[in-house]
Design a protein. Sequence first.
Length: 265
Amino acid sequence: MDWGMQNRLSRLIQKDGKALFLPIDHGYFQGPTHCLEKPGETIKPIYQYADALMLTRGILRNCINPAVEKPYIMRVSGAVSVVGEDLANESLVTSIQEIIRLNASAVSMSVFVGSKYENKSLANLSKLVDQCETYGIPVMAVCAVGKELEKREARYLALAARIAAELGARVVKTYYCKEHFEKVVNGCPVPIVIAGGPRTETQREVFDFVYDGIQKGAIGVNLGRNIWQTEHPVASIRAIRAIIHEGYNPQEAEDLYNQVKAGKA
Ligand code: 5RP
């Protein structure tokens, strides 16, 4: 692997081989998402606990101090909206010059395997990989399901993750599934990070699935709403970080969460 590619990946994936990415890109198709109306404010208390941010160039330029030391992953697919016809009909929306100009450590884009726009999104992934590999910039493929949340099961996720890796993604983001998640990880030759999805009923559910996903081979998470939409974002991200980087089990994570919440840690 070339030095530049290795260097960028090592800014994202830590020495222990694990990673906690904090996405705040949801506005690119949802508009001012709850708790993300002012992304710069949302991340102030929590970004120090993340290994990298994930966001669009618009939020980067307008809300993030350029002196920030945190690496970031730039979302470069979009041009759809939640009120539009089909979320899967994404295009590449950022040029390679802009990606380099804004010093992204990696880029990400969604692929919609099995959708009407499967070919378009997969061809876009290949195109992006070609452009980014030239400059040593890793591409993270986001295996998206749009509004079809029921697609979050092992057979589909394994298929989508593998295809994304075959087309050249250096990291793949998929959802977690309770049954056979190891099949998703084992069938994918590049590191996998787990998305959080919509807010869970309890915080413990998040600790449980992050822990189980890591046990089954994921290297970490790309997890947003179940951090910054919760009542206690700092407690939440610290507990998740402890699972990923310090080997906490879900009970230990919950204990830490409660201590941070109570101002005791
Ligand atoms: C949104 C994304 C998000 O980065 C991804 O879904 C993770 O965020 P969350 O944990 O809130 O689901 O790709 O388009």
